[in-house]
Design a protein around this ligand. Structure first.
Ligand SMILES: [Zn+2]
Length: 246
């Protein structure tokens, strides 16, 4: 049992290392995703501004022709108005002419403000492109960070997973099952005594029990308060030497 408790103590240290490695990556993958979404959004905003600028260019480029076409149409309609047979036809043509006039007024309105609008859009676009650039830089940095960490991590992970496999093979199945069961409640399922207390929950362990633990090494003891597996302080785990053995 003593050997088993030693192995379990090693396993708990290895598991703590593995947990830490997983925590190190932490929110990084999610942060990368968030920055990707922000960049896509900024890309879409700049695209809308570019489209509006393009429409404005088109409006200014074609205004003269559009206006002339409208005037021609109106002249033709005015001509037709002399040849109508009744009031209803006359009114219909008047309506069409009014419509053309409104269209031209609207076009002129838009042309009058086009200069200011163009300037505003260009200012906005410059800001939006700057923001896009910044978002893209932030994303690149985070991606690099994640990549670097994953690289280092993979190597360490492989080492610890290897050690874990070896320990797992040596530990009694019943004991390991119990350890895994406790681990679903407490990340550190097996803990040493410290100052006569469970170092998992800090509750005192009766001295009678501690004595027993020292002299009956063939028995597994658990904390009466938190249920963690306990081992005595003299069981020391040196992570470096475990890795060296691996
Ligand atoms: Zn405890």
């Amino acid at each position: 049992m003593e050997q088993q408790i030693n192995l379990l103590a090693q396993l708990t240290v290895v598991d703590a290392q593995l947990d830490e490695l997983h925590d190190e990556l932490g929110d990084l993958p999610q942060e990368v995703k968030k920055l990707e979404a922000i960049m896509q959004q900024k890309l879409a905003v700049a695209e809308v501004t570019r489209k509006l600028l393009h429409e404005l260019d088109h409006l200014r480029g074609t205004a003269h022709v559009t206006s002339q076409e409208s005037l021609d149409k109106e002249a033709k309609l005015s001509q037709q108005q002399f040849q109508v047979k009744n009031n209803r036809e006359f009114d219909a043509i008047t309506k069409e002419i009014d419509h053309l006039k409104n269209e031209r007024a609207e076009l002129e309105d838009r042309l009058r403000t086009a200069g200011v609008r163009d300037e505003n859009l260009r200012t906005n676009l410059a800001i939006q492109e700057q923001e896009l650039e910044e978002a893209s830089e932030r994303l690149k940095d985070k991606e690099k960070e994640l990549e670097a960490l994953s690289g280092d991590q993979n190597e360490e992970l492989r080492k610890f997973i290897g050690v874990r496999l070896r320990l797992s093979g040596l530990i009694d199945d019943t004991l390991e099952t119990e350890y895994e069961r406790i681990r679903t409640f407490h990340a550190n399922a097996a803990v040493p005594l410290r100052k006569n207390s469970c170092s998992g929950c800090y509750s005192a362990v009766p001295s009678q029990r501690i004595m027993e633990m020292k002299y009956r090494r063939d028995k597994m003891y658990t904390c009466e308060n938190c249920g963690r597996i306990l081992f005595t302080e003299d069981v020391v785990v040196d992570i470096e030497s475990i890795l060296a053995e691996a």
